[in-house]
Design a protein around this ligand. Structure first.
Ligand SMILES: Nc1nc2c(ncn2[C@@H]2O[C@H](COP(=O)(O)OP(=O)(O)OP(=O)(O)O)[C@@H](O)[C@H]2O)c(=O)[nH]1
Ligand SMILES: [Zn+2]
Length: 362
């Protein structure tokens, strides 16, 4: 292997850069652009970007819709950033926290000339870094030289696009016995992706027969529900009930997928909770932040199950998308096992919204 980092390694580095507010350089379609995440932007970096050229803001069409800004590129909007605005102006466009208090943010001039391919990649990158989906971009004439001279991560579009859409291979780095309250015969496997992303866990209960459909649960991390016992969702009781059911049956597999907040990360989920306190439901809150309802990659769970030798599942879920994704990844779902536990007064509206808007089965 050469010393130079591969594109997968540079992408992992770029996510770290973006979280720290360090620019990366995107190239493609004969263009080069500096890119910084708005959430991590400092006053000094904004000044340094302005020295390089005109600054543009990329927002998802979801966020643009709330801001009443034109999204000429379909799924995203490119907004011209006036020379006299500061980081606060930009942050207010990225973060809906004070939308209700300050509804008119603008006027916003959307750009329609040229291409949005680098902007699109920039938004995918900041999302994958679990930041607010808002990026600042500046076109520069010599991206390669600029990156080399300033030690910036260079990301050619042709190399990163396939990586941004594929699911990284995962490796079972370690597994060990873990007796649990719900099942004395437990075993925890830690799966680590090759792309430097989140690790995921598989909890095997008993020794499930690989030739038979296994009782399985794909559980997405919910720090608030799983650990703190939040009453706003049903995650904690679902986790407990799934393990208890596997313990009682003597066999099963629970995947604990680190896709907090349906894939947007805990900070963004807390932003969504704050919007929910302003009266928006779980889906509306995601949209106002600029995300889709559900940003999870369900292929990960299917991949882990296959790697563990399972080909058929009895899936504990109320989410039809999980069933569809299992099937499309080549796993047979022989049965959906409903998992209705943990309904509270506080989560009744949340569960009703999931049923009405996200197709959850009651
Ligand atoms: N963005 C966002 N995420 C939430 C909210 N409430 C819970 N979550 C997250 O939603 C996910 C719930 O995951 P799962 O328990 O796998 O749920 P599901 O898709 O409803 O499917 P089943 O439980 O299998 O029926 C977790 O990642 C939670 O952190 C919310 O209001 N906003
Ligand atoms: Zn939850």
């Amino acid at each position: 292997m050469p010393l130079r980092p591969s594109i997968v390694e540079r992408l992992a580095r770029a996510r770290g850069d973006l979280r720290m507010g360090v620019p990366v350089v995107l190239t493609g379609e004969g263009q080069a652009m500096l890119c910084v995440a708005v959430e991590a932007l400092s006053v000094e970096r904004l000044a340094a970007l302005r020295v390089q050229g005109a600054v543009e803001l990329a927002l998802t069409a979801r966020r643009a819709e709330t801001l009443k800004a034109r999204a000429y590129d379909g799924d995203l909007a490119r907004i011209a950033v006036p020379a006299d605005v500061g980081t606060e102006w930009l942050r207010a466009l990225a973060d809906p926290a004070d939308d209700l208090r300050v509804p008119l943010k603008g006027p916003l001039r959307s750009l329609r000339e040229g291409t949005a391919v680098l902007h699109r990649a920039a938004l995918q990158l900041v999302k994958s870094a679990h930041l607010l989906p808002a990026a600042l971009l500046v076109a520069v004439p010599h991206g390669l030289t600029l990156a080399g001279e300033n030690g910036l991560t260079l990301l050619p579009l042709s190399e990163i696009l396939p990586e941004l859409t594929r699911s990284s291979p995962l490796h079972d780095v370690v597994h060990a016995r873990l007796p649990m309250q719900a099942a004395a015969a437990g075993r925890l496997h830690v799966f680590r992706p090759e792309d430097g992303g989140e690790e995921h866990y598989a909890i095997e209960v008993g020794r499930p027969d690989r030739s038979l459909p296994v009782l399985a649960r794909l559980h997405s991390a919910c720090f608030t529900g799983d650990v703190l016992g939040s009453l706003k969702c049903d995650c904690g009781p679902q986790l407990k009930a799934a393990l208890a059911q596997m313990g009682a049956a003597g066999a099963g597999v629970l995947l604990y997928l680190n896709q907090e907040g349906r894939g947007i990360g805990l900070a963004n989920k807390m932003r969504a909770y704050s919007l929910q306190d302003q009266g928006f439901d779980t889906v509306e809150a995601n949209h106002r932040l600029g995300f889709e309802d559900d940003e999870r990659d369900f292929r990960i769970g299917a991949g882990i199950l296959r790697q563990m030798g399972f080909s058929a599942v009895r899936l504990l879920t109320n989410n039809p998308k999980k069933l569809a994704m299992m099937e499309s990844c080549g796993l047979t779902v022989t049965e959906r096992v409903p998992l209705h536990v943990g309904q509270t007064e506080q989560n009744a509206a949340y569960l009703a919204t999931k049923a009405a808007k996200s197709g959850h089965l009651l």
